[in-house]
Design a protein around this ligand. Sequence first.
Ligand SMILES: Cc1ncc(COP(=O)(O)O)c(C=O)c1O
Length: 408
Amino acid sequence: MKFPKEKDIIEGIIKREEKRQEESLNLIASENHIPAYIRAASGSVLMHKYAEGYPGKRYYPGTMHYDHIEKKATERALKLFNLSKKQWHVNAQPYSGAVANMELYLAFLKQGDTILSMALKSGGHLSHGSSVSHTGKLFHIEHYGVTEKYDIDYAELKKKAVRYKPKLIVSGASAFPKKIDFKKIGAIAKSIGALHLADISHYAGLISAGVYLSPFGYADMVMTTTHKSLFGPRGALLYVKKEFAQTLDTSVFPGMQGGPHMHTIAGIAMGLEFARENKEYYRQVIKNAKALAFALKKKGHRIIGGGTDSHLVLIDVTKKGIDGSQAERKLETCGIYANRNAVQGDASVQKPSAIRLGTYATSYRGMKEKEMKRIAECIDQALGKGNFYANIQKRVKELTREFPVPEN
Ligand SMILES: Cc1ncc(COP(=O)(O)O)c(C=O)c1O
């Protein structure tokens, strides 16, 4: 075996990326930092092994440790939300959130069946049936949106449910800051005999800590990614009511996937335990988002929906004479990362009027309300007229030095 004498160039790039993360403010609502011991598990020798199948029923030998890991992951996934294993079943194998959603659709729907979900521009996700996603091509999709006050338009949802009789109603979103009334959506789904999938990828950690409404009890199936708020590597968890367990599992494997990424599942198991032990963090995440929204509002920014009930804040940047893409670039120049976002009313997703901010990563660094005020000042200056970039860069560096990414 010939090992390289010099370091691979990729290692250098990783070091530079580590530095970028350390020295910048990450306000991307779907991202977070993951503790080093969990990252190490995900990069461990577990990645060498094929373990097709499920615990106790594998198609490869040598999987005794893998059964133990996967069982721990699913047990912890139930425990995080205080779910009984008599009523709920979890599959921890999906490679990602978009794949997990497709696995659910293919398990419980036929091609051409109708799905009713939140429109992309109102905050929904691509994998909820957007026309550019395979999910939008294989199924007939109807969408609901938000009201002028930026609450979910439950009246529209109900009207469309009665009219189109979808097989599945999807709740949950990627860019929706306020409360989602899962109970109401569950009741609408029940009234027309539809299944209800809650995609809680953005809110899972908050829900586990009891600081955001829970869909459990009102949804037949729940999907969450593991890397946004659950301190795991990139992956997903699929929860279904017990009676759907077999159909789901065969859709994941062998229906869609091959060998499960056991190194990822190990990281997911560890992230779930970390999440369960850090409930106070989630409380702070919401306090921080509210403080950020408040401080930006005071500076004259229009907060879409008026505020937030979650980790996420949407700002309409058109008042500053720019669009979301320009805002994203201005912030990036200063070492502040937040992504452009189309919102309801925008003519095109290519010309979004908003940026989406989230507080998972900054809260992980220990930042609190006071720091959110400082961040709001930086954002305000960056989005305004004039070139204050050097000054903002300096303030970002100061903040990130005061709050280094905690390591273990
Ligand atoms: C609500 C929601 N569902 C699904 C996904 C897809 O997850 P992944 O990127 O892991 O495929 C995302 C990702 O941002 C999301 O926000």
